[in-house]
Design a binder for this molecule. Structure first.
Ligand code: F6P
Length: 333
């Protein structure tokens, strides 16, 4: 098998698609560097006494784990080393971090540095999610123009999954490609070219413990997909790890649906638009899948605030469309 590094792949993509900004290479490579550091530390969490809580909550009220704080620091430092980054929006920081006002700083990075941190103490898989936008305004950063954007304006997005291996999944707007970290040589190597999400799957992924708080249409959808009907390949099997990156990764490769809907407790859903839902929606769509709130396409939503939450329904195109039908019928009743 030929081996292609992330850097080599990037150079080829820029040649093949002139609209892909070459200046992104430095940012993606700094994010890859951060993820190598996080991967190394994730493998040593217990040895380095990094299990458990940091004793604080982030702006959206989630308990911060030590690894959330550590990973945020690593990503922030890596982005400070990428001259193209004007600003960084992180799940773990209340305020938008303006990193540079230099003319070449033309990108905004939105990231959840350590997704699924409840898995840190149980040796479960965790991840990093990122989405990148080009700046819009010339001159000083204008948050309402530059940061509160529609996901469809992202120029790149992806995630890193720290699982049995470390896998970086990236889209530059021309398909989705996965790179496995070869730790011996310290390089991400292309192992999953052109990932396609099957049109329909056999898995569903959701916190079913919330089902009493879901609305009627979500409960009916789950009743439907868990009914026995071999002709339509039902029932679907439940797979839920409590870490979005790992759950979405299964669905991207094998098909199915992940949903975190609005519920009685989380009126706008739980997941954050800018650094969780929009990047993963770009990945899903680029792989032939779909991502909605149930009714609306995620990539059409313009963020109203940096830490805004939205419901997320993501995965195989037919499964997400079916969820939408249940949701519409529920509203019509
Ligand atoms: O905050 C993000 C997250 O940890 C996701 O990674 C995960 O899918 C979800 O929240 C888990 O939420 P819950 O514990 O409510 O099922």
């Amino acid at each position: 098998m030929t081996r292609k590094t992330l850097a080599h792949f990037f150079a080829e993509e820029v040649r093949a698609h002139p609209a892909v900004p070459g200046a992104l290479a430095g940012i993606v490579s700094q994010l890859a560097l951060a993820s190598k550091v996080i991967a190394r530390e994730t493998a040593r969490i217990a040895l380095h006494n990094r299990t458990g809580s940091a004793g604080e909550a982030n702006i959206t009220g989630d308990e911060q784990k030590k690894m959330d704080v550590y990973s945020n620091d690593i990503v922030l430092k890596a982005l400070r080393g990428a001259p193209g980054v004007a600003a960084f929006v992180s799940e773990e920081m209340d305020e938008i971090q303006v990193l540079s006002d230099a003319a070449e700083a033309q990108f905004i990075v939105c990231a959840d540095p350590f997704d699924g941190s409840s898995n840190t103490d149980i040796n479960g898989s965790v991840g990093t999610i990122f989405g990148i936008y080009g700046t819009k305004s010339a001159g000083p950063l204008d948050p309402s123009q530059d940061i509160l954007r529609k996901g469809s304006e992202q120029v790149a997005a992806g995630y890193v999954m720290y699982g049995t291996s470390t896998l970086l999944v990236l889209t530059l707007g021309h398909g989705v490609h996965g790179f496995t970290l070869d730790g011996d040589v310290g390089e991400f190597v292309l192992t999953h070219p052109d990932i396609r999400c099957p049109a329909k799957g056999k898995y569903y992924s959701a916190n079913v413990g919330n089902h009493r708080a879901w609305d009627g249409s979500t409960r009916q959808f789950v009743d439907y997909i868990t009914e026995k009907d071999p002709a339509t390949k039902r029932p679907y099997s439940l797979r839920y790890s409590g870490a979005l990156v790992g759950d979405l990764h299964r669905i991207l490769l094998e098909g199915g649906i992940y949903f975190y809907p609005a519920d009685a407790k989380n009126k706008s859903g739980k997941l954050r638009l800018l650094y969780e839902c929009a990047p993963l929606a770009m990945v899903a769509e680029q792989a032939g899948g779909k991502a909605t709130t149930g009714d609306q396409r995620i990539l059409d939503l313009r963020a109203e605030s940096a830490h805004q939450r939205v419901p997320l329904v993501i995965g195989s195109a037919e499964d997400v469309a079916l969820f939408g039908k249940f949701s519409q019928n529920g509203k019509a009743q």
